[in-house]
Write a protein that binds this ligand. Structure first.
Ligand SMILES: Cc1ncc(COP(=O)(O)O)c(C=O)c1O
Length: 428
């Protein structure tokens, strides 16, 4: 029987003969030359007609049969099925032209300058990771224990939060931590106060969790705490209000924590840009005032690169346990190599140094005098070693009119690595 199809076989094509045949049958079905119910020649006839072995035509039919294009009817022959298989989606290739803009600086806010030359500390960290085997089982859902301990040390020294490894959860960055927190602790319809103007990703996360968003105005100092109304959570960027840049003064921080204690609200501190201080000493994190009421979110996105997707969440032990339990089931935590590399970088000091400042640029790409960066580094070194218990001046002179201090809720730990420095300052 003639197929009436102009089938061709090309022995030089590099594609197996049966696949060439199958491809031509498929094309004929798709363009309508072969209709549902059309009878195909037997494998023997087709082989003779094309001058190929029968195993070739048989293999082609087997393939088409397996894909659902044809069916065999006992005693009657082989027919095109009436359920024409879906045409596979055509994969469109995007033409990636060589990145002509690769050498340009990105001026979008929130994107740090990343030097194209790999940092020696970065290289050391990855060399170290490459000499280790990954753990045999699943990691701790809260993060590598050694990394949690190193991060606890880090936030104690640099952000003044008296905490231990049990207070730290490793995340894929601020937004990841925020979404995890909302998933585990919020119910649809709960009210969350968000700075206005504020960080769009926080708004989107709240919307995705079907929370009711309460816009809270900001002024040049940041969140207007006096404008807070009924909300069970507040998202705030006290270090560097996004996008206006205000630094929440101590009096307002105290007022905010008092408000949260009074109303039972949760404060979500996005420690956005705390590393970029532009020549003023840092204020300690809001979380140092009350780890029971404040969840602190930190990230490597600004000091190393947002592409690393690594950060940390600092909260009460009970909160961290709750989040980690949730993560055990979701399997959603940073992979071991990245965590191990971050641990190496923390031990090395690499991850705590803003790369943008190293390069002499702010996050908006505006050159910063190296002198300023050095002074900032000195001032941060000066303030390292403060715990919430000690009275050494983490609190910079810019505190303003003597605010009434809020008594931290849980001052159980001192920053271990720097207790000496604090004692020195107190003259003991
Ligand atoms: C206000 C704010 N918070 C946090 C981040 C960093 O988020 P992530 O750690 O998820 O990269 C950004 C990034 O631009 C930001 O603008």
């Amino acid at each position: 029987m003639q197929t009436s199809l102009p089938l061709t076989i090309d022995r030089d094509a590099g594609l197996p003969l049966h696949l060439q045949l199958a491809e031509q049958f498929r094309a004929a079905v798709l363009d309508g030359r072969l209709q549902a119910g059309h009878r195909l020649p037997s494998t023997r006839d087709l082989a003779r007609e094309l001058g190929v072995s029968r195993s070739v035509t048989q293999a082609a039919y087997d393939q088409l049969h397996a894909e659902g294009w044809i069916e065999g009817r006992t005693g009657a022959g082989t027919f095109v099925t009436d359920v024409v298989p879906l045409q596979p989606a055509v994969r469109r290739r995007t033409q990636h032209r060589p990145d002509a803009d690769a050498k340009l600086l990105t001026l979008r806010p929130g994107i740090p300058y990343i030097s194209p030359t790999p940092d020696p500390g970065w290289r050391r960290a990855w060399r170290e990771v490459s000499t280790q085997s990954p753990p045999g089982g699943y990691d701790d859902a809260a993060g590598l224990p050694a990394l949690r301990a190193a991060l606890a040390d880090h936030v104690a020294r640099v952000r003044g939060i008296a905490c231990g490894p049990e207070n730290v959860l490793v995340t894929n960055g601020t937004v990841h931590g925020l979404r995890l927190l909302l998933t585990v602790t919020r119910q649809p319809g709960d009210r969350i106060a968000i700075e206005d103007p504020g960080y769009l990703n926080a708004v989107v996360a709240a919307r995705d969790h079907r929370l009711e968003i309460v816009d809270v105005p900001v002024d040049e100092d940041g969140l207007r705490v006096d404008a807070l109304t009924d909300a069970s959570a507040v998202y705030v960027t006290p270090s560097h209000q996004y996008p206006l840049g205000g630094r929440l003064p101590v009096a307002r921080r105290n007022e905010l924590v008092r408000w949260a204690r009074r109303t039972g609200s949760l404060l979500i501190e996005d420690d956005y840009d705390s590393e970029f201080r532009y020549d003023v000493a840092p204020l300690p994190a809001l979380a140092q005032l009350d780890l029971e009421r404040v969840v602190h979110l930190g990230t490597l996105s600004k000091t190393l690169s947002p592409a690393l997707r690594l950060g940390w969440l600092v909260a009460s032990e009970a909160m961290v346990d709750r989040l980690a339990t949730f993560r055990e089931n979701s399997g959603d935590w940073p992979g071991w190599p990245m965590q191990a590399a971050m641990l190496a970088m923390l031990r090395d000091g690499t991850s705590t140094r803003p790369s943008a400042a190293d390069a002499g640029c702010t996050r908006t790409g505006v050159p910063t005098p190296a002198r300023c960066c050095r002074r900032t580094a000195r001032s941060s070194a000066r303030t390292q070693g403060c715990t919430s218990r000690c009275s050494c001046p983490t609190t910079p002179t810019t505190y303003g009119s003597r605010p009434r201090p809020v008594r931290p809720a849980s001052w159980s730990r001192r920053c271990p690595s720097t207790a000496g420095a604090c004692r020195d300052r107190q003259g003991s």
